[in-house]
Structure formats: structure tokens, C-alpha cells
Design a protein around this ligand. Structure first.
Ligand SMILES: Cc1cc2nc3c(=O)[nH]c(=O)nc-3n(C[C@H](O)[C@H](O)[C@H](O)COP(=O)(O)O)c2cc1C
Length: 344
């Protein structure tokens, strides 16, 4: 890459300085790891554009992860991170793979990471980033050694908590000053980035807005669904009955989401009729979406697969190179800052 997207104003730089220094990048923008989407091409493109790409390990086994990290390193000499799901059965081996490959930042997602995994990552020289779903847990994670936190609002794509970023930011940002805090969920424009930086965020994490990067290998059908999708189409999964909990996942509605409701209704009916045990029914519901994200992202089956997307999907209007998306975000932040100064 010849040049970074844009020359930015010292005041915007100052607002991003802590996050950028932590990531080792020009801009305090993390590419949120997205399973099947955040592989070598998108991750390297984001890092080459001055942001911080993050590989989504998802269910990859250690050998596969090592291969993906090496392939990413072949495409960029800039810093990038790896996102590990805490319930992966080989979590410690995956941490070791990251350390062996000199990955500088490990993001633990999908639950509170076990203490030994945090210790191993830090002892091995990596910086640890954790997701904090509430203030008490944010404080606990800092005490446990987290070097930075991500707070992700329910506007985000994929697995979500119940609280919006608007509220999480107010609850957490004023109280956590020891480590940088990155905000995620629903961020699609630079004005929002500026506002959260002014509220005390060290930077932002963005997923949905990067799916239609030219470099992203997601199937053209998947990208088309994002370009067509509006905020109101990206909804959390609906749970029909308290006895059968459903983990909320925000995704664009399609045939699969309709069938998921029918599937739940059928299991509930069979349970009430004594035809299926509760555990078996719960497992059946949980298995409904197995492999569904891959089906949509890789195979392009946007009718039956899972179209995980955040509410910012309405701000995805075309395919663009990563460098252009980042430049747009920074220019919007810059313009908002300039307008404010001019009293406009
Ligand atoms: C298709 C998709 C897949 C995702 N997969 C993961 C994942 O594997 N691990 C993770 O921690 N977060 C995952 N996320 C969440 C993102 O990393 C990021 O936090 C989120 O997209 C931010 O909200 P936004 O989409 O509104 O920008 C995923 C999001 C999407 C849209």
C-alpha cells in the first residue's frame, strides 16, 4: 500500500492516541473478528489501511489457525490480532499458536476467559483484550490482567447481549480509566466514532461495515444481502418459550429465521406432548444453526444460512476497498470535529 487513507487533524489524532498506541496502528479502529469473514484477506487489508485487523479463529483447530496467521503475515507486516472463543476445547493450544507466531494481541470472546489463558498470553508477551458485558465484569477483567476491553452493544451483528452501546458506554466509560476501552455495535459512520472518542473510548471496533470490503472473501450473495439490508432487517433471534432458551444472535431475516421459529414451535409442541425430553429438545434447538454462518458466507446460501449482521447494515451501500471505507470514516469524524469548532 502506498499511503494511508487520510491525513488527520491533530485533535482527532489526540483522541485516538491511546487506542492507536495500544494497537500499534495509525488509527484506533479494530476490525471486529467475524467467523468465516475475517480471514487473511480482510485482516491484512484492514491492517494495511492503518486499522487493526483481527483473525476470527472460530472453530479452527490449532494447525489451521497457525496456517491462517502465517498467510496473513505474508500479506501484511503491520500489526493484527487473533480472536479466540473461550469455550474452544483447545483454547490453551490456540494461545500457544498465537504466541509462537508472535501475534501481539489476543482477543478473548464468547465469555469470561479462564485465568490460566490470560496468564499464558501475557507471560508469552501478548496483549490481552477481553469483552466486558457490564461494569462489575469490566472491573474484574482489569483485575484479572486484561490489557484492554471491548464493550459491545446489542446493535452489533452476531451474538449479542441485551444492552445497547449508548447505555453501556455511559455505564462503563467514565469508570474504567486504567486500560483502553474500545466500543462496538452499530458504528457505521465517523460522527459516531468521534462521539464515542469524546466520551472517553480509546477507539472503536467495527464488523458489519467491513463485510463489503472488496478484499473480503465473503460470497457475493452475502455481500448483496448486506448492501440491500436496512437496520430494521437485522433483528435478534426470537425465543418462543422460556423453557427453551435461545442465545440472541442479530442477523438479517430470511427463510432460515422463519424456519427457526417453526422448528422451536414444533419442539415445544412435542415436549408438551411428552414426545421429546427437555434436554434433547434444547439440544435440537441449539443445533438448528450449526454450520449456518459458513453456509451463507462461504456457499452464498442466503436463504437458509445465517446472515449475521448489525444494525449498521443500512449504512453499507456498496463494495469498496478497505482503505476507502477507513478513509470515509475518518473524514466523517474529521468533518464533524471541524464543523463543531466552527460552531456550525
Ligand atoms: C458475520 C459476523 C460474524 C461475527 N463473528 C464473531 C466472532 O466469531 N467472534 C466475535 O468475537 N465476534 C464476532 N462478531 C462480532 C464482531 O466482531 C463485532 O464485534 C461486531 O460486528 C460489531 O458490531 P457491528 O457489526 O455493528 O459493527 C461477528 C459479527 C458478524 C456481523
Amino acid at each position: 500500500m502506498d499511503a494511508l487513507p487520510t491525513q488527520i487533524d491533530p485533535s482527532l489524532n489526540a483522541l485516538m492516541a491511546r487506542g492507536a498506541a495500544f494497537l500499534g496502528t495509525p488509527y484506533a479502529i479494530l476490525g471486529g473478528a467475524m467467523s468465516w469473514v475475517s480471514e487473511r484477506n480482510l485482516v491484512a487489508a484492514l491492517s494495511n489501511a492503518g486499522a487493526f485487523g483481527v483473525i476470527a479463529c472460530g472453530a479452527m483447530m490449532p494447525d489451521r489457525l497457525a496456517e491462517e496467521i502465517a498467510a496473513t503475515q505474508a500479506l501484511t507486516d503491520k500489526p493484527f490480532g487473533v480472536n479466540l472463543i473461550t469455550m474452544h476445547p483447545n483454547l490453551m493450544e490456540l494461545v500457544q499458536v498465537c504466541l509462537d507466531a508472535k501475534v501481539g494481541h489476543i482477543v478473548f470472546a464468547g465469555g469470561i476467559p479462564p485465568g490460566p489463558a490470560i496468564k499464558m498470553a501475557k507471560d508469552g508477551g501478548a496483549k490481552v483484550i477481553c469483552f466486558a458485558p457490564a461494569l462489575a465484569l469490566a472491573k474484574k477483567l482489569v483485575r484479572s490482567g486484561a490489557d484492554a476491553l471491548v464493550i459491545e452493544g446489542s446493535e452489533a451483528g452476531g451474538h449479542i447481549g441485551p444492552v445497547s452501546l449508548t447505555v453501556l458506554a455511559q455505564e462503563i466509560l467514565p469508570h474504567i480509566r486504567d486500560v483502553p476501552v474500545f466500543v462496538a455495535g452499530g458504528i457505521g459512520r465517523g460522527e459516531a466514532i468521534l462521539s464515542y472518542l469524546e466520551m472517553g473510548a480509546a477507539g472503536v471496533q467495527i464488523g458489519t461495515r467491513f463485510v463489503c470490503a472488496t478484499e473480503c472473501v465473503a460470497h457475493p450473495n452475502f455481500k448483496r444481502a448486506f448492501i440491500r439490508g436496512a437496520a430494521r432487517d437485522a433483528l435478534p433471534t426470537v425465543q418462543l418459550d422460556d423453557s427453551f432458551p435461545v442465545i440472541p444472535v442479530r442477523a438479517l431475516q430470511n427463510g432460515g429465521t422463519k424456519r427457526f421459529l417453526e422448528h422451536q414451535a414444533e419442539i415445544i409442541r412435542r415436549y408438551k406432548a411428552g414426545e421429546v425430553a427437555k434436554d434433547a429438545g434444547q439440544l435440537d434447538i441449539e443445533h438448528f444453526w450449526a454450520g449456518a454462518l459458513r453456509k451463507a458466507v462461504v456457499d452464498g446460501d442466503v436463504e437458509n444460512g445465517s446472515l449475521m449482521a448489525g444494525q449498521s447494515v443500512g449504512m453499507v451501500t456498496r463494495e469498496q476497498p478497505a482503505v476507502e471505507i477507513i478513509a470515509e470514516l475518518l473524514e466523517q469524524a474529521q468533518a464533524a470535529l471541524t464543523a463543531r469548532r466552527a460552531g456550525a
